[in-house]
Design a protein around this ligand. Structure first.
Ligand SMILES: O=c1[nH]c(=O)c2[nH]c(=O)[nH]c2[nH]1
Length: 307
């Protein structure tokens, strides 16, 4: 049966690019997921395997990262226009470019007044929480006498664009990780906290206020901790909650380390001055721990998915 080639397109999908613009101590984030689809005079690569007209998908990926540095990311639209124009006007066989972009919005974490005064108001402008993401959770157990209330949240995504280091770790023959003295720290918080309320209806916590306050302390501790590891940040987040919320005795966290790797732009003659990152989604470090009020028992399950 004779066959002919129908519609075709190709490119690199889901290039996760994070651009940090540093305006002194105030940082701005653009976080995009960019998919490139090119089409044009591409019959031969399908029919005979000749790659003579094929700009590699790997190159389209590099172009996304290089353009983030060269032109910046003012808006997703502007960035997409630059890319589409570039592919169509620079390569004769490419007649059409379709750039699809998802943008993830970030809001600044408001830091506590006390701490702003302590570290200087302009040093806290590098901490962000991703908009509209988290799910609030609770589990109530009653055996006819006693209650156990464990509440929590998942999918609260946060980022510090500076004030994070990681060095001084164990090195064996398989260690290749470079020590980091100024890295991005980002995680998607899953957390559960256990209330010490068990029976007295008169002394029931204000659940709404408690949630709002726990979330606030968690975010502020994330923002205000100068981090030497995600483990240290986790402990500070838990301790801040226990120290400020007398109704809670135990907090557990499961924190994936959402790695952001600096993109090597040297091959394109560009210097990456801690500006353009590849946001990797897997594999990820997974840091988990419980923080307890001294003398209290750990009852939240180790594996939060079992809750
Ligand atoms: O904060 C971190 N903790 C680790 O245990 C770890 N391991 C690693 O490779 N990177 C990091 N970062």
């Amino acid at each position: 049966m004779p066959t002919i080639l129908g519609q075709n397109q190709y490119g690199k999908a889901e290039n996760r690019v994070v651009k940090i613009t540093r305006d002194g101590a105030t940082h701005h984030i653009k976080d995009l997921n960019v998919s490139v689809a090119l089409s044009g005079d591409m019959d031969e690569v399908h029919y005979s395997g000749s790659n003579a007209h094929v700009l590699p998908t790997d190159t389209t990926k590099n172009t996304v990262y290089a353009f983030a540095k060269e032109y910046g990311i003012e808006s997703a639209e502007q960035f997409g226009i630059h890319l589409a124009r570039h592919f169509v006007t620079s390569q004769e066989p490419i007649h059409r470019a379709r750039i699809r972009i998802e943008e993830y919005a970030w809001e600044r974490i408001e830091t506590s007044d006390a701490n702003s005064r302590f570290i200087g108001a302009d040093e806290v402008k590098h901490s962000f929480v991703r908009k509209g993401q988290e799910t609030r959770l609770t589990q109530i157990t009653f055996d006819g006498e006693n209650w156990e209330v464990i509440s929590g949240l998942k999918d609260l995504v946060v980022m510090n664009s500076t004030n994070s280091e990681f060095w001084g770790y164990v090195k064996d023959k398989y260690t290749t990780l470079k020590e980091a003295y100024d890295r991005i720290l980002a995680t998607q918080v899953a957390s559960r906290w256990r209330f010490n309320w068990t029976d007295d209806e008169q002394k029931m916590p204000n659940w709404e206020k408690s949630y709002e306050q726990v979330r606030k302390h968690m975010l502020q501790a994330f923002a205000e901790t100068y981090s030497l590891s995600l483990q240290q940040t986790l402990y500070q987040m838990g301790a801040r909650i226990i120290n400020n919320r007398s109704e809670i005795d135990e907090v557990r966290f499961s924190l994936p380390n959402k790695h952001h790797f600096l993109v090597d732009l040297e091959p394109f003659g560009l210097k990456n001055d801690n500006e353009v990152y590849f946001a990797a989604d897997r594999p990820y470090g997974l840091i988990e721990a419980t923080v307890l009020r001294d003398g209290c028992e750990a009852r939240i399950p180790v594996d939060l998915t079992n809750l």
